[in-house]
Write a protein that binds this ligand. Structure first.
Ligand code: DI6
Ligand code: FE
Length: 405
């Protein structure tokens, strides 16, 4: 097996509880055996056996190395876009005008259903390449713009195919309970029946890693979400939830009862909700892009999350309606400027805690035994990654031990 040694670098290992902020190791060395990190620490302490076994010696040129970034909440497979609606609104059209003209989420569902798998793949490739350009090595992708078996299947299969064509890992999430499609208007419970029929079929086809829903007055109630969660649980699938984005509807407590991996958005999260998440070990996924794009003013209760020790992740929410974004670095900045996360919390949010939000124990930190997914950055200190607005200091990405071209 190949043994690569990386030297002449600083490593923000993001190992929790380390003495240095960011788990920083100055003058570090990393040893990669095959696709796995075999040793990480100060170069001066590198055991000589690794140098003896080394097949490739890499000079990182003084770069800062972080774990590969993880975007743990995206809806990046969809047809069309909503730039026209953005423009209409800025020209004075109301949300209702747009909805009456078939706009909003319904227009994305229509465009997604009409698109072929090849078209969706081409459009999604652009988006995933945008994320990868900034050092993303794992992406979660939700369905939820098909809302019918064949179209949900098409989107999840495209998500899986992206990982086959690119040096990135994709985790798929079934979000059949995203919105009620027009053919079920006024019959939400009947649509939930359909969601319950789709889930085992798509799961049997190997297309589903987790199950999500949109729990909100304008989408699905806690009672309806509970039906979806119960069937996910019966299949042994982990759950997540878009919770407390527009109101406090108690979705968090429901999700916690099902041991949810994450609750996402959380602007309206209550103290009880935060407590329930802490007790269940549910990660809070913060989505500053949607907050910004919707010009939201209600901030997620960061103090409450810190107080209860709830892990915080940060993600793009990449979607056409509320966060048409493919820059995770910009989200780092917005998590700091809008939500007042520290740069260290923000970086943990796209590495270690994003891995936790996906239930992945093999990545998110630089340590022996973890996957060799990491990024070389042309920065002096980790805070530069969240400080800069635009500009991309990535030098190189290593995915499963291999350089990404
Ligand atoms: N919350 C969101 O912000 C997006 N989905 C969700 O559940 C919005 C999706 C869209 O408008 O297309
Ligand atoms: Fe979302």
């Amino acid at each position: 097996m190949s043994v690569q040694v990386w030297m002449h670098c600083d490593a923000a290992t993001m190992v929790p509880g380390a003495q240095q902020p960011y788990g920083l190791v100055e003058n570090a060395a990393l040893v990669v055996e095959g696709d796995t990190l075999a040793w990480v620490g100060p170069h001066a302490e590198l055991p000589s056996e690794w140098m003896e076994r080394c097949t490739v010696l890499n000079d990182a040129g003084g770069a800062l190395i972080t774990p590969g970034l993880i975007d743990c909440h995206t809806h990046l497979v969809y047809g069309g876009d909503r730039a026209n609606e953005f423009e209409m609104r800025l020209n004075g059209a109301s949300y209702e005008d747009i909805a009456r003209a078939g706009g909003g989420i319904a227009s994305t569902v229509q465009a997604t259903r009409t698109a072929t798998a090849a078209e969706l793949q081409a459009r999604s490739t652009r988006r995933i390449k945008g994320l990868m350009a900034e050092g993303v090595t794992t992406v979660e992708i939700k369905s939820g713009y098909g809302l019918a078996l064949e179209h949900e299947r098409k989107c999840l299969a495209v998500a899986r195919a992206l990982a086959q064509h690119h040096a990135v890992d994709v985790r798929t999430t079934f979000l059949g309970a995203h919105a009620v499609p027009h053919e079920f208007a006024g019959r939400t419970d009947d649509y939930v029946d359909t969601v319950l029929q789709m889930l085992p079929v798509l799961h049997a086809e190997g297309l589903v890693d987790a199950v999500d829903g949109f729990c909100e007055r304008i989408a699905f109630s806690t009672a309806q979400m509970e039906r979806v969660f119960a069937s996910a649980q019966a299949l042994g699938l982990p759950v997540k939830l878009h919770a407390e984005q527009l109101s406090d509807s108690g979705g968090t407590q429901l999700a916690a009862r099902y041991g949810a991996l994450s609750c996402d958005h959380l602007e309206w999260l209550s103290a009880e909700g935060a407590q329930a998440m802490a007790a269940a070990g549910t990660v809070a996924v913060l989505l500053p892009g949607a907050f910004y794009f919707l010009r939201e003013t209600k901030l997620p209760p960061i103090g409450l999350l810190r107080q209860h020790g709830v892990l915080m992740a940060v993600s793009t929410d990449s979607n056409p309606g509320t966060s048409p974004c493919t820059s995770l670095l910009l989200m780092l900045n917005m998590a700091c400027t809008l939500f007042r996360l520290t740069p260290e919390e923000a970086l943990a949010g796209v590495t270690r805690n994003a891995a936790a939000a996906l239930g992945l124990k093999d990545r998110g930190v630089l340590a022996a035994g973890k996957r060799a997914d990491f990024v070389l950055w042309d920065v002096q200190r980790p805070a530069e990654l969240s400080y800069a607005l635009g500009g991309n200091p990535r030098i190189q990405t290593i995915f499963k031990g291999q350089e990404v071209s």
